[in-house]
Design a protein around this ligand. Structure first.
Ligand code: DHB
Ligand code: MG
Length: 213
């Protein structure tokens, strides 16, 4: 983390619910790779500012981003819904527990299994969403973007985490499948005429796009 990132994170009071998630993730032996604090706050703001009432998250891990997303819908008339796709049942269980502990037990629904299959099923069911948060296996990002575009309501927001891959994205010597997939994802975020977007290079990078319409 840079000094600037540490400085801005330090301005905020400790967030008990999110601290509990981080502790829980460690206790469960899960990887400590939740979204950066500042981007978690940004997720809440983006959901709130866009007025989204249906959010699709791809990659739940321990529920840190899930809480941030759910917070953005808190108090909405009619409530909001978070559908979260997670490969592992154990992770989905931990995430669901953390969401419930944070007061969002009724908001989140976890779908366990391969996200591509779950996305195909959601498409088949005609489901539509106002907000997408992509934070699963990096090789899958281009396909997840394809599905987000297909499942998007007009004006939907699409956010992708870790688009810098801790320096690998910009390292020409790195040509593995995840790096190539994320480069392709980033280029499409920047240039797809269906999107207006920006890409933030702080922390591990965050892509933010809005589907025109
Ligand atoms: C890493 C971080 C993430 O947020 C993620 O989704 C995947 C991997 C990492 O730092 O390795
Ligand atoms: Mg991530």
């Amino acid at each position: 983390m840079s000094d600037n990132e540490r400085y801005v994170d330090g301005l905020y009071e400790a967030d008990e619910a999110l601290e509990r998630v981080k502790t829980g993730i460690e206790a469960e032996g899960m990887p400590s790779i939740s979204i950066a604090e500042g981007y978690g706050r940004l997720l809440t703001l983006l959901v709130r500012m866009s007025g989204a009432s249906s959010v699709l998250e791809i990659g739940a891990l321990g529920g840190y981003s899930g809480i941030c997303l759910a917070r953005g819908m808190d108090g909405k008339p009619g409530g909001g819904s978070l559908v979260s796709l997670e490969l592992l049942q154990t992770y989905a269980d931990v995430a669901a527990r953390h969401l419930a502990e944070a007061g969002f037990g009724g908001v989140a629904k976890y779908i366990v299994g391969d996200a591509k299959q779950s996305l195909a099923n959601l498409k088949e069911q005609g489901r539509r969403f106002d907000f997408f948060f992509i934070d699963a296996d990096k090789e899958g990002y281009p396909v997840y973007l394809d599905y987000a575009l297909e499942l998007a309501n007009p004006g939907a927001i699409i956010v992708g985490d870790n688009i810098l891959l801790r320096g690998r994205t910009t390292d020409d010597a790195k040509q593995g499948p995840a790096v190539q997939a994320v480069r392709s994802f980033n280029e499409r975020i920047a240039r797809d005429p269906r999107l207006e977007s920006t890409i933030l290079p702080g922390y591990d990078g965050l892509a933010i796009a809005r589907v025109r319409g």
